[in-house]
Design a protein around this ligand. Structure first.
Ligand code: OGA
Ligand code: ZN
Length: 365
């Protein structure tokens, strides 16, 4: 029986424990991967005997004859992991009243503590702004490589965001861009975007960010039916140019199996809802309007000017980004961007935490 922190008790299923045996017969000790297919264990497996081997360590004998030891600590840690928890800092939702933005002075060789604090800002708020990033073209890829693997797309490993006459995307013009997530037509959607400002000589072109999870939760609280509609309507997104034709479907608000927010897919330049019944479409259009009007409202949105040398890195599954329009006659506005996969910063965060814990244990030994 496992006693949880809240005092509740829960029986431990023998197979759940058997799958976690970490002796040399059960797993390869180097890779920590299983040597046996757990579906081959006896489905009626029982725990035949349980004894305390030493303080906090238990010896278990299973009905298939296998014997193993577990520490109470490791079992409690494992049991505490909820189905959707990934043991990284939880999102701290924000709105237009966020106040001080998470800004950090960029250093190409940060200490582990600095890197850890950058990652904490990014994981809790969904973004971080680096200042003083050298404006040599291509530097965005160097910054990106500190956090994860670059996700190359048909726009290249790196894309230039500046107004051009033959734009293949409205981002490459000077028009304002309403809050959107990038590339919802791609499978999988790029998890994280970095935008690095090389030059900004215009007075417009302010960057905007919105916490899509905060807006979605506000919708869930105030208009539960509209929220429900946006989690159940598959919207088709499409991108077409001479050499590319991409299409993917996703609900504007995607939930995980526990009902928690997983991802926002929103780009009012690109979304095409299928021809559902008039009633269903009516409900969808009303719900999208409620969501979009909140996404664009100053109550939820922050605006800031990216100066030359500023670089913003943001979660493209949670945050929506955009910009105000600008007058290219005033001067040049040139950003370079790239994507990385969503799991890079989370992996790095766990590695740094593990290293910090190991060296703390070494110091106290
Ligand atoms: C983009 C984009 C924002 C900007 O390139 O996807 O949204 O500030 N650009 O130009
Ligand atoms: Zn964009």
């Amino acid at each position: 029986m496992l006693e949880r922190a809240d005092g509740s008790q829960q029986p431990i299923h023998p197979l759940w424990l058997r799958e976690r045996c970490h002796d040399a017969a059960s797993m390869d000790l180097k890779t920590r991967q299983r040597l046996q297919d757990p579906s081959d264990f006896d489905p009626d497996l029982k725990i035949r005997a349980l004894s305390q081997a030493s303080p906090g360590v238990y010896h278990v004998e299973f009905s298939d004859g296998h014997q193993a030891s577990f520490s109470a600590e490791e079992i409690l840690e494992e049991a505490a992991l909820a189905s959707n928890s990934d043991d990284c800092p939880a999102p701290r939702l924000w709105d237009g009243a966020l106040g001080a933005l998470p800004r950090a002075r960029w250093r190409p060789d940060p200490s582990a503590a600095e890197l850890f604090s950058w990652l904490e800002s990014f994981l809790t708020l969904g973004f971080v702004i680096f200042e003083g990033v050298p404006t040599a073209p291509g530097t965005v890829l160097k910054v990106a490589s500190m956090f994860g693997f670059t996700r190359e797309t048909n726009f290249g490993a790196l894309f230039d965001v500046r107004s051009t006459p033959d734009a293949t995307d409205l981002a490459y013009t000077s028009v304002s861009l309403d809050p959107h997530t990038d590339n919802p037509y791609r499978a999988p959607v790029p998890g994280i975007q970095l935008l690095h400002c090389l030059v900004n000589e215009t007075s417009g072109g302010l960057s905007t960010l919105v916490d899509g999870f905060a807006v979605a939760e506000a919708l869930r609280a105030g208009h539960p039916q509209a929220f429900e509609v946006l989690t159940r309507t598959p919207v088709r997104f499409r991108y077409v140019d001479a050499d590319t034709e991409l299409t993917a479907s996703a609900p504007p608000i995607e939930l995980d199996v526990t009902g928690a927010l997983k991802s926002v897919h929103f780009s009012p330049r690109l979304d095409l809802v299928p021809l559902f019944s008039a009633e269903r479409l009516e409900a969808y259009f009303r719900a999208r309007r409620l969501f979009d009007h909140r996404l664009r409202a100053p109550d939820f949105q922050i605006r800031f000017l990216l100066k030359s040398g500023d670089l913003v890195m943001f979660d493209n599954c949670r945050l929506l980004h955009g910009r105000t329009g600008f007058d290219p006659g005033e001067g040049l506005r040139h950003l370079q961007g790239c994507y990385i996969d969503a799991d890079g910063p989370r992996s790095l965060y766990r590695v740094l935490r593990r290293r910090a814990q190991t060296s703390a244990v070494r110091r106290s030994a």
